[in-house]
Design a protein around this ligand. Sequence first.
Ligand code: BG6
Length: 489
Amino acid sequence: GNESTVSITVVGASGDLAKRKIFPALFALYYEDCLPKHFTVYGYARSKITDAELRNMVSKTLTCRIDKRENCGKKMDQFLKRCFYHSGQYDSQQNFVDLDKKLKEHEAGRVSNRLFYLSIPPNIFIDAVRCASMSASSGNGWTRVIVEKPFGRDSESSAALTKALKQYLEEEQIFRIDHYLGKELVENLSVLRFSNLIFEPLWSRQYIRNVQLIFSEDFGTEGRGGYFDNYGIIRDIMQNHLLQILALFAMETPVSLDAEDIRNEKVKVLRSMRPLQLENVAVGQYKSHTKGGVTYPAYTDDKTVPKDSLTPTFAAAALFIDNARWDDVPFLMKAGKALHNKKAEIRVQFRHVPGNLYNRNFGIDLDRATNELVIRVQPDEAIYLKINNKVPGLGMRLGRSNLNLHYAARYSKEIPDAYERLLLDAIEGERRLFIRSDELDAAWALFTPLLKELEEKKIIPEYYPYGSRGPVGAHYLAARYNVRWGDVG
Ligand code: BG6
């Protein structure tokens, strides 16, 4: 018949990402009836385990959505019955031929669509792409490959990776994930801006004084030091997650909501930016700290990290977009591990009201107490706007208040995980939230000279205690551009 089927192969099925994110996201999609009628999930990895063992492993990671627990157990069983395992090497053509045979059996003559999720380290990545595309791609439907970062570690290695990928795949088949683009509040950015008159006209240098993109985690790199030490926080968070948010935030209005139209605008913004220089950044690395009788390790205490590593676990940076809309507006980024909290947010600081009637006599310095729009991406999603307001009473005193859209209070449905949206989009062929190769090139062009300089000059990071607010260098950096971080008192 003409019916089609989708086979989803998770390559690297026993890895951390597969367990924590990919299988749970697939189950959530199944639970919400978002997967096609005919689908199969294959775990592919080297270890020799059985289907039953894979199902057992997967079942431990599945959770039910809080709003409808009743038939969750039943749904889980049904989902697990659609999960299978294939043991193979990542560079073995034959092992993928065997996989192909198994997939064909499930497809039972229907149109075959195949999605490969490559959740494996970069050094074996191209081999797997070659084997999957040559031996297990679809004969009569589509074949798509989701790839995870790192997409290289600088312009050159990224270009080499792109070139290697294109030997086996068309650009339309490659889905480069940046999971921050799948987060609810990041996707909402364009809605907030382009469909609200009170924001859209203000979105420029005329009214916005600076924009801040802030990422912090309250845990270190314990356990993944080996990966992290080769990349550092600038590559791990800034060059991708924060820069992607920046591009969406700052792009011109796209012609339409089509993937190519949106990505065209994102590339334009990225290409309008000045590559970073040493003077635009402050870097830090966390050191050991004892609090309440507990000693938290230094970054270099990790066995997989060299004792003399200078890799930044914290960085702050100032970026500029040289176009008519954003000329001279600092876009400040800050990202760090082992800080005092876990948070990701966007802060938009507006200019002061010219000739404001309410001057310093009313209990507030209006030059400082400017409006600020905060988009809290996580946790506890929210959008709030800081406004100046009269403190109720007979006198005339001003204070700051929040107009607050708190997601948990406003919406009863749980927010989907980023991977759910992205997997669904990949299955549906929607590329809007995936990174096109020219975007990737432009992103690397901004950071590569800086990264090289940091490494060549062996710039020593400022050490900050585990669990602290990070190095003071971040404040000096901001002050150089007349900015104060909005997330500190
Ligand atoms: C990953 C980084 O891309 O994003 C990790 O490699 C980081 O270092 C993670 O912890 C953060 O993602 P999330 O969704 O937990 O904020």
